[in-house]
Design a protein around this ligand. Structure first.
Ligand code: MIG
Length: 795
């Protein structure tokens, strides 16, 4: 049954309410280019409650035309047309171009309680986003299910995985739109898969409740989507460093050993992980008495060495009388239950376990209180695993019940939001105890809005080239769905990486928003030094490069926090209408921040296909320029990942430190200028560890480049920059002098390298050439005055 014929309509505030023969259709004008539709049968009634949405409709002016066969709603930026017989919906953009239209026959319809909205497929329509979904960048011809799933060693085309974010962006010839289906039940998105008639989104149950974004660019839609569902907060800076995980480091001397080895080998790193073996019998909020007899002492010692520790927290609480967490949860009635009121138990690491009901505010608070025991010993980082939730067998009974903020829901409705609410509970608990320091939380499962609480990683990937490249696409796709702080297990979790694969993977990971190496229990070591000297050098090179890029990277995270622009940016964001960027293997490529083009390539070929989008691109290592809108074949060995910088941009860097937590960089900010186009970069700085920025204690500064002039705009904000000197490097130029605010100044030359030569470079490598070249770079040092500075030069 589909939505029937128009009967009447009324308007209340921002809401247009249409009655049809058999259904109720509400359009809520959320913003001038955003409309929410709520559609249900007359025999159904739903609350408006959503875990995903954090913003309410803005007061927007709209006009309504009531015609014989249509009802037309117009804002300054969008038009919604409801045909009346039967009621079907079409949405148009500011230029009055069609964005999407209901299938004339099926529109929104029901099969039992299953509800579906069918949208007519349009010529050359593409579909991007949908978060942690495998496959290519363009999802047309594919179908996906949203149902948070623990999937060990998943194949690269598996679906569903751990995280469900039912939001995608449609790309037409010259325009875009977004659709967010806010329904937490198991849902299906079909993008003209096994049919050529429509795309559809469907849920097993619940309300047809979706938002259409009519913005004029992918960036604008991401901005609006993250306005609606929230944005990634500024993370603590240390969490942007290199993180080393292992299933599991224990007993404690193993952790110290790893820490010492990083420092001895001068490989920068900020984080070590404790996986499940740190606990006593896998009981959450406990420590194993022999393996970790003195957690506080250990953490203090590690902090002294510049390491923070992140501990795993699984939701399953061991069913054991006398164990505090279990006794309390039971007494306070905070565990998930069967409809007959008995406790639901499933088997996980601790054995039979109860599951805190994270959809109950009281349970979230309780969990947060238990965390005090962890923050008290010095922890600031927490890792939520198994929160799909997972249990042996992977099929929790559908009838188990959740509190769902007082509304009540079964597993069918609550599953997809469970992990997100666990992350919320964890981050809020941590914040409460950390006295104004920013915590770091990592999660495996989540739903739309998860970006507000935690970083996400892609679970149990496998040590293959395919998986490495698939992981890049997963991260890029999460970036298209509001989840900016995301990453994969470098080296692969399951299986064993070859040295070459590890080298490639860690180079790539240096350009991933979340950067962590991890490996499975009983598998070979995967620290950067475990694959021989050559790989160790390559690892050091790329980890150092990441640390040096920190002023740039941190600024990119700030951009995510203010506009939802992801740190890893699929080329579909900036080059939306260039068909090439959707072609494999080019659809692996992305911009890391606005200015760095990363070309992910496998570990076994020496020649690789690449696509340079519009503009000019400067080879990071050699300064060679490649023209854009052009395919190319690149030669690159394992020692250098193909990375390019956009002409007409700047890269802001510092000297390499070994720990962001402990060490301050020098007071010189490297300003790498890449002329040959126009552009600007929003630099951001604050203390990197507290919330003082919320009271204005931050600094923003625009670096813009136009022709042969760099303008460093006046610094805004109350934070005093750590940097006292700007060392301005002029790439692609040998100007022997330049003008600083009109004053002529001679440049100096420096033999500059972004990466160091690697030891034991294989002399039989064919062809035997080190593509990492030393250049003479021209530079000047100028005082980092907060006032506007102009620097110009002749060709
Ligand atoms: O059942 O904690 O994805 O990263 O090392 C496996 C042990 C549970 C799955 C996670 C993985 C972690 C592992 N966990």
């Amino acid at each position: 049954m589909a939505t029937g014929a128009y009967q009447a309509h009324r308007i209340s505030g921002q809401e247009i309410h249409i009655e049809t023969d058999n259904a109720s259709v509400k359009a809520i004008i959320y913003d001038r280019d955003l409309v929410r539709f709520r559609i249900h049968r007359n025999d159904q009634d739903f609350s408006g409650f959503s875990y995903a949405v954090v913003s309410e409709a803005l007061p927007v002016h709209f006009d309504l035309e009531d015609g014989a066969s249509e009802l037309i709603v117009k804002t300054s930026h969008m038009k919604v047309v409801f045909s009346k017989f039967p009621v079907r919906i079409s949405v148009f953009n500011a230029k009055d171009e069609l964005l999407n239209a209901d299938d004339p026959a099926f529109g929104t319809s029901w099969l039992g309680n299953e509800v579906t909205t069918y949208k007519t497929i349009q010529e050359n329509e593409r579909f991007i986003g949908l978060g942690e979904k495998t496959g290519g960048l363009d999802r047309r011809g594919q179908s996906y299910v949203n149902w948070n799933t623990d999937y060990f060693g998943y194949p690269v085309d598996a679906d569903p995985l751990y995280l469900s974010t039912p939001f995608y962006i449609g790309v037409l010839e010259n325009r875009v739109y977004g659709i967010f289906f806010d329904n937490s039940h198991k849902s299906t998105f079909n993008f003209a898969c096994s049919n050529e008639r429509f795309s559809y989104f469907q849920a097993e149950d619940g309300e047809m409740n979706y938002y259409v974004f009519a913005g004029d660019s992918v960036a604008n839609i991401l901005d609006r989507y993250t306005w609606l569902t929230g944005r990634t907060e500024l993370p603590p800076k240390w969490s942007l460093g290199f993180q080393q995980c292992r299933y599991s480091y224990y007993p404690f001397p193993e952790v110290l050993n790893a820490a010492r080895t990083f420092r001895e080998k001068h490989i920068p790193a900020d984080v070590l992980y404790l996986d499940i073996h740190y606990m006593d019998a896998y009981k959450v909020f406990t420590w194993h008495p022999e393996r970790f007899p003195d957690p506080k002492g250990l953490l203090a010692q590690l902090k002294e060495m510049g390491f923070n520790v992140v501990v795993i927290l699984d939701p399953g609480v061991k069913r054991e009388q006398g164990y505090q967490a279990y006794d309390q949860g039971k007494e306070k009635n905070l565990f998930v239950k069967y409809p007959d009121g008995t406790e639901y138990n499933g088997q996980v690491w601790p054995g039979w376990s109860a599951f805190p009901d994270f959809t109950n505010e009281e349970a979230r608070k309780w969990w947060g209180e238990l965390m005090k025991g962890l923050t008290d010993v010095g922890l600031e980082g927490f890792w939520n695993d198994m929160n799909e939730p997972a249990a042996w067998g992977q099929h929790l009974p559908d009838l188990i019940e959740f509190e769902y903020e007082g509304e009540g829901a079964t597993h069918k409705k609550a599953r997809n939001v469970y992990g997100m609410q666990m992350a919320k509970s964890t981050v809020e608990g941590a914040k409460k105890h950390l006295n104004g320091r920013r915590p770091f939380v990592l999660t495996r499962a989540g739903f739309c809005g998860i970006q507000r609480y935690a970083a996400v990683w892609t679970g149990d990937n496998v040590s293959t080239d395919e998986h490495m490249l698939a992981g890049v696409r997963l991260i890029n796709s999460m970036g298209l769905t509001g989840v900016s702080f995301a990453g994969y297990d470098v080296g692969g979790f399951a299986g064993e990486a070859s040295p070459d694969l590890f080298a490639r993977w860690i180079s790539l990971g240096a350009f991933s928003p979340f950067f962590r190496s991890h490996s499975m229990v009983n598998s070979r070591d995967s620290e950067p030094w475990s694959f021989g000297e050559e790989v160790e050098d390559i690892s050091r090179n790329y980890i150092r490069l990441r640390y040096r890029l920190m002023p740039y990277i941190y600024s990119c995270f700030h951009q995510s926090a203010v506009s939802g622009m992801p740190v890893a940016r699929s080329l579909a964001i900036d080059y939306t209408y260039d068909a090439k960027v959707y072609e494999g293997p080019y659809d692996n490529q992305y911009l890391f921040g606005p200015n760095i083009l990363v070309i992910p390539v496998d570990s076994f070929s020496r020649f690789h296909k690449a696509y340079f989008p519009q503009g000019k691109w400067v080879n990071l290592y050699t300064d060679e320029v490649s023209e854009g809108t052009r395919e190319a074949v690149l030669e690159s060995g394992k020692e250098s990942l193909p990375v390019y910088v956009k002409a007409g941009s700047v890269l802001l860097m510092q000297n390499a430190v070994e720990s962001l937590l402990k060490e301050k960089s020098s007071n010189t900010l490297e300003v790498h200028v890449y002329p040959g186009g126009a552009g600007s970069f929003d630099y951001y700085e604050d203390d990197g560890e507290t919330y003082a920025y919320r009271n204005g204690n931050s600094l923003s500064r625009v670096f813009s480049i136009h022709g042969n002039e760099l303008k460093i705009h006046r610094a805004e904000g109350q934070f005093t920059s750590h940097f006292k000197t700007f060392r301005v490097y002029l790439h692609c130029s040998d100007a022997s002098s330049l003008r600083v605010n009109g004053q002529e100044q001679n440049t100096k030359a420096e033999n500059y390298r972004f990466t160091e030569p690697i030891s034991d470079f294989d002399p039989y490598h064919v062809p035997p050439k080190d593509p990492i070249q030393i250049r003479d770079l021209r530079y000047v040092d100028i005082p980092a005055s907060p006032n506007e500075i102009s620097i110009s030069w002749n060709e």
